[in-house]
Design a protein around this ligand. Structure first.
Ligand SMILES: [Fe+2]
Length: 117
């Protein structure tokens, strides 16, 4: 399984067990004020918690606003795979998270945020 094999949720009404564990779950307001800080919580996953064991864990995730990288978070297997970041946006954007599981490869999750003046 290579880096180019990016996986995301195929059908929200029929999630596979792998999707439930790996698709990054993004909690953030639907609407924020331009340039004002707000919190974004990323976890894995919503329905089934991804294991954090020596041989199987979420190694990292990158947070993007569209194609602009905002942050990278690295994990060891001794840490719960979740993080809350405080960010600000200048314009409405799709927040995108790319996460890497050492066994199951790279996964994308996203959430649209509307920015108001
Ligand atoms: Fe995994």
């Amino acid at each position: 399984m290579g880096y180019y094999d990016l996986k995301k949720l195929e059908n929200p009404n029929d999630k596979t067990a792998l999707e439930k564990k790996h698709v990054p779950f993004i909690e953030a307001p639907d609407e924020v004020k331009k340039g004002e800080f707000f919190e974004v919580k990323v976890s894995f996953g919503k329905e089934i918690v991804h294991p954090m064991e020596e041989g199987h864990f979420i190694q990292n995730f990158d947070l993007y606003a569209e194609y602009y990288q905002l942050a990278r978070v690295d994990f060891t297997h001794e840490v719960k795979a979740e993080a809350t970041l405080t960010i600000k946006l200048e314009e409405s954007s799709k927040l995108r998270v790319f996460a890497y599981c050492n066994l199951h490869g790279q996964w994308e999750g996203s959430k649209d945020i509307t920015v108001v003046e």
